[in-house]
Ligand binder design. Structure first.
Ligand code: HPA
Length: 266
């Protein structure tokens, strides 16, 4: 068990959590709704600094819609220090706290005319266009992770049902990971679009690989904050991402709450 998991259990109780939730840019407020114990990353060994503005670097463990869960209010990104495994300990800690699955959220740029800023996208698969892998250096054979159905079909189905019940459009699509921190060029966007991606972002992919490594079932939802580079006249910026993320965040929260209610009832 990670040292962090031991600290969390000592403070919040050893009752296992059902799932982990990782919040992306501008989505941190979902953590505020949880009744429970809040612990800054700085007090958890192996947790990253997570210093990107728009993130809230604390772990909140408690109950939402009757389900015990842990929320990671912020993530560290590969682009902060060049370490693709920077989220390894937090994800291992979710596993150690008893989570069987984890839902990642992020802000992303869309390539699709039917998936506009303020809307959500359920990831069906990803393209690791950065070429970085968080398991490089992992010495055991467990490093050879099977990435077929990395985004769990049953979990996706449950989220689609929850979205449908909430009347929230939740199209599915493929997410491409560019390392950032600079945004992509229009040529890079044209390239990855040809390769089959629907959206682009700077996170999530290394975390999904880590979560699969630790045996967690995964789902991920993007809130679309902009059309990707070259696809509209918007000026893409981090300020813009932070300003736009709350538009999708309310929908995301409704879908997640509905999904959790279903879990609680089941
Ligand atoms: N590119 C990369 N990351 C992003 C974008 C984008 O267009 N929008 C929000 N995060």
């Amino acid at each position: 068990m990670t040292e962090a998991a031991e600290i969390i259990r000592a403070r919040a109780g050893a009752e296992p959590i059902t799932l982990g939730l990782v919040l992306g840019s501008g989505l941190g407020h979902i953590a505020e709704a949880i009744e429970g114990v809040s612990i800054p990353y700085a007090e958890l060994p192996g947790f990253p600094h997570a210093g990107v503005s728009g993130h809230n670097p604390k772990l909140v463990i408690g109950t939402l819609e009757g389900v015990r869960l842990a929320v990671l209010g912020g993530r560290a990104h590969y682009y902060e220090a060049g370490d693709a495994s920077v989220m390894r300990t937090p994800i291992e800690t979710l596993r150690d706290l008893g989570a069987r699955h984890v839902i990642f959220t992020n802000a992303a740029g869309s390539f699709r005319k039917d998936v506009l800023p303020g809307e959500l996208l359920l990831l069906s698969d990803h393209i690791n266009f950065s070429g970085r892998n968080p398991l490089i250096g992992e010495p055991t054979d467990a490093r050879f992770v099977n990435m077929v159905d990395a985004y769990d079909p049953a979990l996706r189905e449950a989220l689609l049902t929850a979205a449908d019940e909430e009347g929230v459009a939740l199209p599915s699509g493929v997410y491409a990971w560019y390392s950032g921190p600079s945004f992509e060029t229009p040529a890079e966007i044209r390239a990855i679009r040809l390769l089959g991606a629907d959206a682009v972002g700077m996170s999530t992919v290394p975390e999904v690989i880590l979560a699969r490594f630790f045996g967690l079932k995964v789902a991920a939802i993007s809130t679309i904050t902009n059309m990707a580079a070259g696809l509209s006249d918007e000026n893409i910026s981090h300020e813009h991402t932070k300003a736009m993320a709350p538009l999708g965040a309310a929908k995301l929260e409704n879908v997640l709450r509905r999904y959790l209610r279903g879990l609680g009832a089941g």
